[in-house]
Design a binder for this molecule. Structure first.
Ligand code: PMP
Length: 360
């Protein structure tokens, strides 16, 4: 029996995707070999790769002005690649700091650019997003970096980011890309580690406006240069072929569910239910302001922390997995990505209510 998996990443994958992968594991389309065993330059794999890109472009409405790159190194590699590729030596760059992942991005960027933290919610323990009126943006920054969803703190920008259209907006969308429709044209660059809504770990998506390629005029190692990857259709070296294939299956699955609009409706419903259950209880509490509560990652604490261990053990016995919060903040966290079905959230809420009754 498959359990309900609330892991923040690597996260649940759609069961039908896993079954298809299983069916094709030994013999992909009658070719006598697994996708894992195909040369990335073979026509069979190039077809897999092109189809995945086409479906992703269709889902997100990505125009020809953007290159879509299938890279490795995780979102963490992008913390360095973004400044290296978009900021000239010593250039100013703006960052908004809303949690642990913004902090990491800022720490890396400081090695390569003159970072201005234009707004931060660190003082308030990352319990919300900074009001737009408080952002101190530089006029001449090479770009503005935001983390629209902070996976650890469960904080999300729920309103569109309101900046001058000429600003090169860069977003770490690791934990929200594909969870709802997105206006890609508002961004200069988007990146995301795959292991939440996209596919398995090992793949990192980058969507970058083509006019930004080569912008920093730096001499870069080839592997850190977006222009090199774009020119080679992400096959400058051996790409993560199996992760790319699985991501392609996930894109087809999302299309079959009704696309990103359907995902948004489902995800809003799941998050609403869980926040409502938390707010109605005396035992559980979510520390995030209502205006910035993440749809994807719902952290909550137990008012009586002595109950944490038994909460986790009993949840696991019921097939509700990976509810422990990130080690840096403690408490609990339920991640509700696309592939977490509504039944999983219903089962979690039922368990939480029963646990509260038994322990009050
Ligand atoms: N940014 C965000 C928002 C994340 O959630 C994560 C991973 N959880 C990362 C960056 C780092 O990603 P990776 O492990 O793929 O480097």
């Amino acid at each position: 029996m498959r359990a309900f998996n609330f892991c923040a990443g690597p996260a649940a994958l759609p069961e039908t995707v896993l079954k298809q992968a299983q069916a094709e594991l030994l013999d992909y389309k009658g070719g006598g070999a697994s996708v894992m065993e195909l040369s990335h330059r073979s026509s069979a794999f190039v077809e897999v790769a092109e189809e995945a890109e086409k479906d992703l472009r269709e889902l997100l409405g990505i125009s020809d002005q953007y290159a879509v790159l299938f890279l490795q190194g995780g979102a963490s590699m992008q913390f360095s690649m973004v400044p290296l590729n978009l900021a000239k030596e010593g250039a100013k760059v703006d960052y908004i700091c809303t949690g642990a992942w913004s902090q990491k991005a800022i720490k890396e960027a400081r090695k390569f650019a003159d970072v201005n933290v234009a707004a931060s919610t660190e003082q308030s323990g990352f319990s919300g997003v900074p009001a737009r009126s408080e952002w101190q943006l530089n006029e001449d920054s090479a770009y503005l970096h935001i983390t629209p969803n902070e996976t650890i703190h469960g904080v999300e920008f729920l309103d569109p980011i309101d900046v001058d259209p000429r600003t090169v907006l860069v977003a770490d969308l690791s934990s929200t890309l594909l969870s709802r429709p997105l206006d890609v044209d508002r961004y200069g660059l988007i990146y995301a580690g795959a292991q939440k809504n996209i596919g398995p770990a090992g793949l990192t998506l980058v969507i970058v406006r083509k006019d930004l390629l080569g912008r920093s005029e730096r001499t870069l190692p080839a592997m850190l240069d977006y222009a090199v990857h774009a020119k080679a259709d992400s096959m400058y070296n051996t790409p993560p072929t199996y992760s790319w294939y699985l991501a392609g299956l996930v894109f087809k699955w999302i299309k079959k569910q009704g696309g990103l609009k359907a995902m948004a409706e489902l995800n809003a419903r799941k998050a609403d239910k869980l926040y409502r259950a938390i707010d109605e209880s005396a035992l559980y509490r979510n520390p995030v302001e209502a205006s910035a509560r993440s749809w994807m990652n719902v952290p909550f604490i137990l008012e009586n922390t002595d109950l944490e261990a038994s909460f986790l053990t009993q949840a696991e016995e019921r097939g509700l997995l990976n509810l422990k919060g990130h080690r840096s903040v403690g408490g609990m966290r339920a991640s509700l990505y696309n592939a977490v079905p509504e039944e999983a959230v219903d089962a979690l809420i039922e368990f939480m209510r029963e646990f509260e009754q038994h322990n009050s």
